[in-house]
Design a protein around this ligand. Structure first.
Ligand code: AQP
Length: 343
């Protein structure tokens, strides 16, 4: 039997990269699940606070993210949906795993390295040291491993940007097994499930991923964008000056990003879409991709607006989800405590 686990941060309104890279796969896995599959989705607030968050905004963003998951079709009867911070097992396991994680391993993470570069650029000093960054930013990949391993997850549907973090999870699972349960592996080694649309790029800078934290709002399509927002953001997307359209991610990242977004929305191959647009211009492709994205988002957008105000229902879903998550992870933690010697 498979245990499928994934998480999303409540750091703002969901963007197209989150949907095409991860959430669309969650919905598909849930709807195509076998009866023996256990499916668990978490809204990971402890990860969100690795960067400064306004408490009021965080509180609203948590509820909005739950409404978002439900609006896109996550069904609490088929999947466990809960807030990470409602289940203390994650932090306990994270602590235990942190005691077998080499610090050097965390320093090699691209997320950590990129934060150091960001600080360096912002301060324009060559001597920036790590003391300016908080420990949570270094150690959150361990918490991410704990999120997954607390449920002994076997499959993790995430975007390609998470590959390095999942690799650490696999290493920690293996290292815990070797150290504490060499005969009967305590943790399965989880497999990453990536969507066909692996990485959605920023509409303004196709060398980086579409992200919630980019200061440029026009770089991402949000669930709450209106029809005209979507059109104007796609019209302003950075492409290139080559005539005609072709799918060539290495040399034409901007145009190829539009093609893969289009293809992910219609369920086609990017090359197939490219062939149809071979003799057309960027302007036409931009208008059409805006149209397919709008068609895909309009249903969930309306449902999100309805659900985000239904506080009673959201609280009920969160409570039931927390209970189910606690029940599952408690068993793992009991086993882990015994293996470590806390018995
Ligand atoms: N651009 C992307 N393309 C494909 N998948 C993506 N994901 C995020 N951006 C892209 C996937 O979305 C899931 C949830 O991500 P998260 O909430 O943990 O946020 P994140 O990975 O940190 O990316 P964000 O949303 O853009 O936030 P910031 O700006 O803070 O980095 C994950 O499965 C991720 O792979």
């Amino acid at each position: 039997p498979r245990t499928i686990f994934s998480g999303i941060q409540p750091t703002g309104i969901l963007h197209l990269g989150n949907y095409l890279g991860a959430l669309s796969n969650w919905v598909k896995l849930q709807n195509e699940a076998r009866p023996s599959d256990d499916i668990i989705f978490s809204i990971v607030g402890w990860h969100a606070i690795t960067l400064p968050q306004d408490p009021k905004q965080l509180s609203a963003a948590r509820k909005d993210m739950l409404a978002t998951l439900l609006a896109f079709g996550i069904d609490p009867k088929k999947a466990v949906v809960f807030f990470q911070e409602d289940n203390q097992c994650h932090t306990e396991l994270s602590w235990i795993l942190s005691c077998i994680t080499p610090v050097q391993r965390l320093r090699r993470m691209t997320t950590w390295k990129s934060k150091i570069v960001d600080k360096r650029n912002a301060n324009d000093e060559s001597e920036i040291d790590e003391s300016m960054l908080h420990a949570g930013l270094l150690t959150y990949p361990i918490l991410q491993a704990a999120d997954i391993l607390a449920y002994k997850a076997t499959h993790v549907p995430v975007g390609e940007d998470q590959t390095q973090h999942l690799e650490l999870t696999r290493e920690l699972a293996d290292s815990f097994n070797r150290k504490f349960s060499p005969k009967r592996r305590c943790f399965p080694i989880p497999t990453q499930l990536t969507t066909p649309c692996r990485r959605v790029l920023s509409l303004k800078d196709p060398s980086s991923k579409m992200s919630k934290s980019s200061p440029l709002v026009s770089s991402r399509i949000l669930l709450t964008d209106t029809t005209s927002d979507i059109l104007s953001k796609f019209k302003g997307a950075v492409t290139d000056s080559v005539q005609g359209i072709s799918y060539d991610p290495a040399n034409r990242p901007g145009a190829s990003n539009l093609l893969s977004i289009y293809a992910a929305c219609t369920g086609e191959e990017a090359e197939t879409v490219a062939a149809r647009y071979a003799n057309k211009g960027h302007a036409e492709l931009k208008v059409d991709v805006a149209d397919v994205v709008e068609n895909m988002l309009k249903g969930p957008r309306a449902e999100f607006e309805r659900l985000r105000n239904d506080h009673g229902y959201l609280a009920e879903v969160a409570k039931e989800g927390a209970e189910k998550a606690q029940e599952r992870s408690r068993k793992t933690l009991q086993e882990v405590r015994t293996l470590v010697g806390f018995c």
